[in-house]
Design a protein around this ligand. Structure first.
Ligand SMILES: Cc1cc2nc3c(=O)[nH]c(=O)nc-3n(C[C@H](O)[C@H](O)[C@H](O)COP(=O)(O)O)c2cc1C
Length: 362
């Protein structure tokens, strides 16, 4: 069973190849954006994962979305996350923190009326979940060249905080249309300075943030998540193969802990980037997107991936590792409770042994 093999992922040794994908669940305190006791329970329940990657966590107060999203830019947020990491480690688990900045997807009403920042003044396509309901994404304010160091510094400060909070490493969220992704792809980045234009320039922000994070965690404590096929905000690139090959080459040269690629099996073979990226990136590769046990076992067995990340299956199955090991049936995730707050759909999905006990008492 390839998924149950142990392995090494950057700085950590893992008892299996099953990664809990980053999952924002909107359960943090409001307005503090700190994990509370139920989040400690939630992560501990899933500590048998080879690696837990935390929900996306804001690096600064200029990155603000719906209430309940976590953040790591204050002393009390660090203290709250320390309770999560201590509890996961006590349960023999491993946990990286995913760091992100919303960029153009932040909500002006939650920024005191200020416009969100972005590489260029180009709005995301779609709607923001605003205070008074859905509304179109705003046209953001393009960062001036001399404002970019402050953004890099925000990520650096967040990485220092993540380290202080006891995380085993960080994953930089360069996927799903957030700020780093907005810099990477040329439909959102039309800058003419050192951070726009060529592939090398568009990757510069990511790589400078990576270099700072390496100085804090060591290369093995840094992962990067990319999503070349995520186009839901109107984000696109004119030459994804060239862009992501450059990114993979540069990350490989730095020896980072892992590259995390979202590329579902359902992407047409001709559009897949994995065949090009796998030989370029020398370190461990985590593959994500719509995997089940069978497709994940196949991806590892035939060498396409070293690890597979599961999102929705981990929401519904705290003991996913055990269920895979036994070939047991899986609980079905309920999208209505993904972001609903509270315990329901968060910490009340039963483990196999809880189901057995419940059946025995009937
Ligand atoms: C409720 C929910 C929250 C998510 N939050 C994040 C997040 O914080 N960061 C991230 O990179 N991806 C996030 N994703 C995407 C997942 O990590 C994963 O890539 C996606 O669910 C596809 O994997 P799956 O088919 O195994 O669920 C989220 C997905 C869901 C369903």
């Amino acid at each position: 069973m390839p998924l149950q093999q142990d392995g090494r992922l950057g700085n950590i040794v893992t008892p299996n190849r099953i990664v809990m994908a980053p999952l924002g669940r909107a359960r943090n305190s409001d307005p503090g954006r700190e994990p509370v006791l139920r989040s400690v329970t939630y992560y501990v329940q899933r500590a048998s994962a080879g690696l837990i990657i935390s929900e996306a966590t804001h690096v600064s107060a200029s990155s603000v979305s719906r209430p309940g999203t976590g953040a790591i830019h204050s002393i009390s947020q660090v203290a709250a996350w320390k309770k999560v990491t201590d509890a996961v480690h006590a349960a023999q688990g491993r946990i990286f923190q995913q760091l992100f900045h919303l960029g153009r997807k932040a909500d002006p009403d939650r920024l005191g009326g200020a416009l969100p920042i972005a590489p260029s003044a180009i709005a995301a396509i779609g709607e923001i979940s605003g205070i008074a309901g859905p509304k179109p994404f705003p046209v953001p304010c393009a960062l001036a060249s001399d404002e970019i160091p402050e953004i890099i510094q925000q990520f650096q400060a967040a990485a220092i905080n993540a380290h202080a909070a006891g995380f085993d490493g960080i994953e930089l969220h360069a996927a799903n249309g957030f700020l780093i992704d907005q810099f990477l792809r040329d439909s959102a980045n039309q800058r003419s300075d050192d951070y726009g234009g060529s592939v090398a320039n568009r990757a510069r922000l990511l790589l400078e943030i990576v270099d700072d994070a390496i100085a804090i965690f060591g290369a093995g404590g840094v992962g990067v998540r990319v999503s070349p096929h995520a186009t839901q905000d109107g984000l696109n690139d004119s030459n994804p193969a060239a862009l992501y090959s450059h990114v993979a080459r540069e990350l490989s040269a730095r020896g980072i802990g892992y590259l995390h690629l979202i590329e579902p099996d359902s992407i047409p073979e001709a559009n897949k980037l994995l065949p090009a990226l796998r030989p370029i990136f020398a370190g461990p590769l985590i593959l994500a997107g719509e995997f089940n046990q069978g497709s994940a076992e196949a991806a590892i067995a035939d060498g396409r991936a070293d690890y597979v990340a599961f999102g929705r299956l981990f929401i519904a199955n705290p003991d996913l590792v055990e269920r895979f090991r036994l070939g047991a049936p899986l609980n079905v995730p309920d999208p209505a409770t993904f972001y609903s707050g509270g315990d329901a759909g968060y910490i009340d999905y039963p483990t196999l042994s809880q189901q057995d006990t419940a059946q025995a008492s009937q």
